[in-house]
Design a binder for this molecule. Structure first.
Ligand code: 8YV
Length: 333
């Protein structure tokens, strides 16, 4: 502690009021988003850091936790936390916080947007008008959503919100999830075994976190089971999918199209990815939660998670609540 203030790292762009709220309480050290914090700070400063606010691009792995012994909390400006080694954090008595709930509606909206956009070929038709092809003939037809089946891989908060929205479009909604969701099934959302979901649904949408179990879990086998008229949607994480296998399936007509907001390597380099040359694919720059209201709610939660833990309170959202930061903090404070 210097001048009685705990030292923290901010590795995300903050609105002025939240920057002020942190500077009032803490000695704030900025680090550029995505940079390795333990390398960016002078050793004497690194040794005093008690907390971090970062993004999905902030690498918080074993090396980080081993080289930053004073850290008590890392707070992600995201619901996903595949950038954090939670086991290593817990072993180091560090609370991991994220921003669940506040972005569910925005991500669900964008998912429906991708289903509509890809299903009704909106980007292609926009281009049809801009290219002046309308004067030369009728626009190509697309397909109804009404009556089509949507298969949700993962039925958490976001999956459930997508289901509601899709049903408003008259779609038949099915899901596959590790745990059965009686409440969802009671509303008429059908449960399918994983393979059956890929085999039978007109749209397959991914709503699982990126973990060791889900990494690369959708590949040639899954795409090969899908209908040639089916459309694949991903707003979760690119690395859940075997991207070369997906590109192959899109190229050779194994599936009809895809709507993608996430990629294995982000930002996607259009010069290096075959996806950029495909008309049957809608590409977005990881904007599931990218609305003014949602990002504000996310950063509020992320900053207050950090403040809460460092002031001995229970944070709004902890990934590893088993880390008893109350006891530890009091002992060490
Ligand atoms: C990002 C996300 O946080 O919340 C997540 O898991 O992937 C997004 O909301 C957002 O893109 C900011 O980096």
């Amino acid at each position: 502690m210097q001048n009685g203030k705990q030292a923290v790292v901010v590795s995300v762009n903050l609105p002025a009021d939240l920057q002020g709220a942190l500077q009032e309480r803490f000695e704030v050290h900025p680090v550029a988003p995505g940079e390795r914090i333990e390398k960016a700070l002078a050793p004497d400063v690194a040794a005093r850091i008690r907390g971090v606010v970062g993004t999905v691009r902030t690498p918080l792995d074993q090396a980080f936790f081993q080289s930053m012994p004073a850290v008590r909390v890392v707070s992600n400006f995201a619901v996903g936390y595949d950038n954090i080694d939670v086991k290593a954090a817990t072993a180091a008595n560090v609370v991991v916080c994220n921003t669940p709930g506040v972005l569910d509606a925005a991500v669900a909206d964008l998912t429906l947007g991708l289903i509509l956009c890809t299903g009704r070929n909106l980007v292609g038709l926009d281009r049809f008008v801009r290219d002046g092809r309308w004067a030369k003939g009728a626009a190509p037809l697309s397909y109804d959503l009404m009556g089509k089946s949507l298969g949700l891989l993962g039925m958490g908060r976001i999956g459930r919100m997508v289901a509601e929205r899709a049903r408003a479009f008259g779609m038949k909604v099915f899901y596959h999830n590790r745990n059965r969701q009686a409440a969802a099934e009671a509303t008429g959302i059908g449960y399918l075994e994983r393979d059956e979901l890929f085999r039978t649904c007109d749209f397959v949408s991914v709503h699982v976190p990126l973990t060791d179990a889900t990494r690369n879990s959708i590949g040639a086998r899954e795409f090969g089971m899908m209908k040639p008229s089916a459309i694949f949607i991903n707003t979760s994480r690119g690395a859940v999918v075997d991207e070369p296998a997906m590109i192959e399936a899109l190229k050779n007509g194994t599936i009809a199209g895809a709507g993608l907001d996430v990629f294995v390597k982000e930002p996607l380099d259009p010069a290096a990815s075959a996806l950029a040359g495909m008309d049957n694919v809608t590409l977005l720059p990881h904007v599931g939660s990218a609305t003014h209201e949602t990002r504000r709610a996310m950063i509020d939660l992320a900053v207050h998670n950090l403040i809460d833990v460092l002031e001995g309170a229970r944070p709004g959202a902890a990934v590893n609540p088993e880390v008893d930061h109350y006891g530890t903090l009091k002992e060490r404070a």
